[in-house]
Ligand binder design. Structure first.
Ligand code: PEP
Ligand code: MN
Length: 270
């Protein structure tokens, strides 16, 4: 029997504050930075440049969920220390992924927003734990999750008392293999019909290919996304994770110029 009841979903429009920023208002919020924090220089160089280009929040993973345990899995606590220093130097708010409830305490000391990754979208104990915090949470759509499953995962956080939830469409697994995932752009207006939560788009994981990031992002803005999360690396060829989908610093600057014009067309501002 299907026990899902769409009437249980939050309908009231939510605008989620991250520092001085508001996600879900007229202004688009752009989160940018490397997939993984690799070094102090890498993160500082990226942060300084994306800030100049107009990004609002710095991303960078210290704990990385990787398909193979032999791949680079992030710098852990050292990564968090680097993130803290770069945050203080640049003044940018920061987001980083929490993979396990045991990491929450350390991460919450530095992060302005927590990221729950696709692979953990239905980790109900983790959702319950972040639901007890006051920190904003970015909840990515699961690799093979329906829109309903995603929205009910968000309810796990809301039902514990944390109403600062932002959804992130990042593509789903389909028979298509040319792109890393199949970006479900229509999920953005669909979620907005069903729920009051803000939605942002991740065209980096959604496509897996640098050349497709900009067109996918612009489609997302046209579809009503409240912001974007973009992977940026000073030298994508040498990146320890997700290089092929990362923009370099100059490409990101050009991307932001284009986004500015597209945003205006759709009644949004940067
Ligand atoms: C990421 O943002 O680097 C990431 C691992 O994303 P996802 O959970 O969407 O795969
Ligand atoms: Mn990544």
């Amino acid at each position: 029997m299907n026990t899902i009841n769409a009437e249980d979903l939050v309908k009231e429009k939510h605008v989620v504050k991250v520092g001085n920023l508001a996600i879900g208002g007229r202004d688009l919020v752009v989160i940018a930075g490397p997939c993984a924090i690799e070094s102090y220089d890498q993160l500082l160089q990226t942060a300084t440049s994306i800030k100049r280009s107009g990004a609002n929040i710095l991303r960078g993973g210290a704990y990385k969920p990787r398909t193979s345990p032999y791949s680079f899995r992030g710098k852990g606590e050292e990564g968090l220390r680097i993130l803290k220093e770069v945050k203080e130097l640049t003044g940018l708010p920061v987001i980083t992924e929490v993979m396990d409830a045991r990491q929450i305490e350390n991460i919450a000391e530095v992060a302005d927003m927590l990221q729950i990754g696709s692979r953990n979208m239905q980790n109900f104990t983790l959702l319950t734990e972040v639901g007890k915090l006051k920190l904003p949470v970015l909840l990515k759509r699961g690799l093979a999750a329906t829109i309903e499953e995603w929205l009910f995962a968000a309810e796990y956080i809301l039902s514990e008392g944390n109403d600062k939830v932002v959804l992130c469409e990042r593509g789903i697994r389909t028979f298509e293999t040319y792109t890393r995932n199949t970006l479900d752009v229509v999920a953005i207006p669909a979620v907005k019909e069903l729920s009051g939560l803000p939605v942002i788009l991740d065209p980096s994981h959604g496509t897996g290919k640098r050349t497709l990031v900009s067109p996918a992002a612009m489609a997302g803005i046209a579809a009503g996304a409240d912001g974007l999360i973009i992977e940026v690396h000073p030298n994508p060829e040498e990146a320890l994770s997700d290089g092929p989908q990362s923009l370099d610093l100059e490409q990101f600057e050009q991307f932001m110029n284009r986004l500015d014009r597209v945003a205006e067309t759709f009644g949004r501002s940067l």
